[in-house]
Design a protein. Structure first.
Length: 285
């Protein structure tokens, strides 16, 4: 039987990962076993859990951060991971595709009320790469989200590095109404690169909000460190070692503490104190 687009896309992604990390066999990725967190469901009406809606990166899907999702569930969150493919045929690369991802986020948010254990009064947004634009736009259209955390997101843009992407980015910004100043909730940005220049539209306008804004660079981190991809590659080929394990542990810990503070009402200022500690140590930030 001919392979459908899912099989072809899966093979394409596996080959791309294999090339990026110089795997002996990209096919090993298909044999990575994910685990299941087994816990009894609460009695109906007895307890509800805060929700994190995740927006994947360009041409990504929910598998790209499956290890982090597992950890967040163990911390007491429901994770709604969105695998957006944009408009047909699903290349997820244009401004119109991104707006489809925003619609997916808003649709998911609207459906959460049908899940008895979901606390719809405590919903946060998480993203990687291109998903950063999607959660930012979603937060501009729906003011009920409590916080946003972006992993190396494209919502902060530096012009001049890639003229083709500059043009695409301009299209993303023009394609629908963009009002960054309307984001009035805590916003965190974890980066693998140097801080953005002031020509970033989001960076300039979001400063007007009174809500906390955090920007943190993770030392020696690469873009893929904000996903499960490196960990999976190291698992299927142990000879790669664990060069990026430390960075991922810091990222995962920051993520949990960010949502603990702004969705669970944890220790006020606890996330900021963790940032100060990391910066003072000079080890990873």
């Amino acid at each position: 039987l001919p392979q459908d687009s899912c099989h072809l896309e899966s093979k394409y992604l596996a080959d791309a990962i294999g090339q990026e990390f110089k795997l002996d066999s990209a096919g090993r990725i298909f044999y990575y076993n994910t685990s299941i967190y087994d816990a009894p469901l609460p009695v109906k009406g007895e307890r509800k859990f805060p929700v994190i809606i995740y927006a994947a990166g360009m041409n990504g899907s929910s598998w790209e951060n499956v290890i982090l999702f597992h950890e967040l569930v163990q911390r007491g969150y429901i994770v709604a991971a969105i695998s957006s493919v944009g408009l047909y045929p699903g290349y997820m690369s244009a401004a119109e595709d991104l707006d489809e991802q925003v619609k997916d986020i808003l649709f998911t948010n609207g459906q959460l009320g049908r899940i008895p254990i979901a606390d719809t009064s405590r919903i946060g947004l998480l993203s990687w790469s291109l998903g950063g634009n999607a959660i930012s736009k979603a937060a501009m259209q729906d003011y009920h989200f409590k916080c946003l955390l972006s992993f190396d997101g494209t919502e902060i843009h530096r012009y001049g590095n890639d003229t083709a992407w500059d043009r695409e980015y301009n299209g993303i910004m023009r394609n629908s109404s963009v009002f960054p100043g309307k984001i009035k909730v805590p916003y965190g940005y974890l980066s693998s690169e140097h801080p953005p220049k002031v020509d970033s539209i989001y960076d300039i306008q979001q400063r007007s909000s009174a809500a906390p804004k955090y920007f943190l660079k993770i030392k020696d981190a690469r873009h893929e460190d904000f996903s499960s991809i490196i960990a999976i590659a190291e698992h299927v080929q142990p000879s790669l070692g664990h060069a990026h394990t430390a960075q991922q542990e810091v990222i995962d810990d920051l993520t949990g503490n960010f949502f603990d503070e702004y969705l669970k009402g944890g220790i006020s200022g606890g996330f900021a104190k963790q940032l100060d500690s990391l910066v003072a140590s000079g080890g990873y930030c």
